[in-house]
Design a protein around this ligand. Structure first.
Ligand code: NZQ
Ligand code: ZN
Length: 388
């Protein structure tokens, strides 16, 4: 049931081939010092760096660089970024990259003016932000996480074998995001399909909860249908602007808090995937793909009616003369076939997980409720074991 809620998403979006021009409207709102945050260098190869720097200079900004944000950003890099932002006296953090760069920028933004240890405060204790926040803007170059329009920030601690996300409030959402689908054309295919599956998983994590009649579920079915169609096109032709722009837009709506309204969510595919990543450092969307089928087959008996609805409304399964259970399994088979066809990882062994990591991965899996079954340690072990 939708119940009581407030809804506000403060991120301003500039979308399309001319989106970068939005920086000219946004930059004058902030002080002179800009911390330009980016990853391992893809933006230098594809020319996005030069384009961004030229707009920053035209707006009279002093640029301080913070490069080398890795996929699955680490706590060590976060601490380094906090020092860089302090030294730069940053008035704005401009993240140019994918979810890792945007997430990292947000984590830095809430930590610079805070004396506590950032990892302990936000990722272990899940404390609220109690200090000044440096505003963040985002130029998105890789699609999937939704980080461009949400408060999420995921940081990995390899020493503790933990990969944990903190969902910050509206005050930490990017103030603006630049979404030009053409900026994603150079993303390698492996990353592109991983991002596509991340989007699908975000939608499904929210969809598979509740038994009520909720507008959010209808919106999500539409998003899923659009995503599947555009993904098929983009896999064939990565430079198809229409497909890439639909995927970009779907990603944003999949995880910008809209479709979460009225839903209870346990995010268990993400909890399992993050545990796998904490031990393998594998690509986010692939870790989700690799645990999805074992997990959904495990929980299907607890939410059969919803899985049957999913099969019919998203995968066009013909329900005539079949039980809900039959329909539900047919839907999962159609999904599995599609996942294999687009090239997703279908086992955690493919991602470098080995059996001697099993105990550790079970320990690293956080459990939340809100889905169709609250998982216990035995359940998690069974799902991870089946994911090999
Ligand atoms: O580092 P560079 O050289 O830029 O290369 C990146 C990186 O290797 C490359 N790339 C990005 N844009 C490119 C490009 N290569 C060529 N051309 C371009 N235009 O792609 C690789 C992956 O980038 P990354 O940012 O790591 O990918 P993604 O956007 O999938 O982000 C993953 C991170 O986001 C977190 C994940 O856990 C993971 O740490 N998530 C954040 C969420 C949120 N904020 O709400 C939710 C998600 O569930 C997710 O957990
Ligand atoms: Zn995700």
């Amino acid at each position: 049931m939708l119940g009581n809620f407030t809804y506000c998403n403060p991120t301003k979006l500039y979308f399309g081939q001319d989106a970068l021009g939005g920086l000219n409207e946004e930059l004058p709102k902030y002080g002179k010092n800009v911390l330009l945050v980016y990853g391992g260098g893809s933006i230098k190869k594809n020319g996005i760096y030069d384009k961004v720097v030229s707009v920053l200079k035209a707006n009279g900004k002093e640029i301080f660089e913070d490069a080398g944000v890795m996929p699955n950003p680490t706590v060590e890099k976060l601490n380094d970024g906090i020092e860089r932002a302090k030294a730069a006296k940053a008035d704005l953090i401009l993240a140019v990259g994918g979810g890792s760069v945007c997430d990292y920028a947000k984590a830095v933004s809430v930590s610079v003016h805070c004396n506590d240890d950032a990892w302990e405060k936000y990722f272990i204790r899940f404390d609220d932000v109690t200090c000044n926040i440096i505003p963040v803007g985002c130029v998105l170059t890789m699609v999937g996480t939704g980080s461009e329009m949400n408060g999420g920030s995921v940081i990995t601690n390899h020493a503790q074998k933990l990969k944990i996300g903190h969902v910050f409030g509206e005050n930490v959402f990017p103030k603006f995001s630049i979404l030009n689908p053409e900026f994603t054309f150079t993303v390698p295919k492996y990353q592109m399909i991983s991002g596509i599956y991340d989007i699908m998983s975000h939608i499904l994590e929210q969809y598979f909860s509740g038994t009520d009649d909720n507008t959010s579920d209808y919106i999500m079915e539409g998003l899923l249908r659009s995503l599947i169609r555009s993904a098929n096109t983009a896999v064939e032709n990565p430079a198809d602007y229409e497909a890439r722009s639909n995927i970009m837009w779907t990603a944003t709506w999949a995880l910008n808090t809209l479709v979460a309204k009225g839903k209870t969510t346990d995010w268990m595919v993400h909890m399992l995937g993050q545990a796998v990543a904490a031990h393998t450092d594998a690509t986010h969307g692939m870790t989700l793909a690799a645990v999805t089928m074992p997990y959904y087959k495990y929980i299907l008996p607890y939410g059969t009616a919803k899985f049957a609805r999913y099969a019919v409304n998203v995968w066009n399964v013909n329900p005539l003369g079949k039980t809900d259970t039959q329909i539900a399994y047919e839907g999962l088979s159609a999904m599995e076939e599609w996942m294999k066809n687009i090239g997703l990882a279908m086992s955690i062994a493919e991602l470098g997980a080995t059996k001697d990591m099993l105990d550790g991965m079970v320990k690293s899996t956080l459990v939340m409720d809100g889905g169709y079954k609250v998982m216990n340690e035995k359940d998690i072990r069974a799902v991870l074991n089946a994911s090999f």
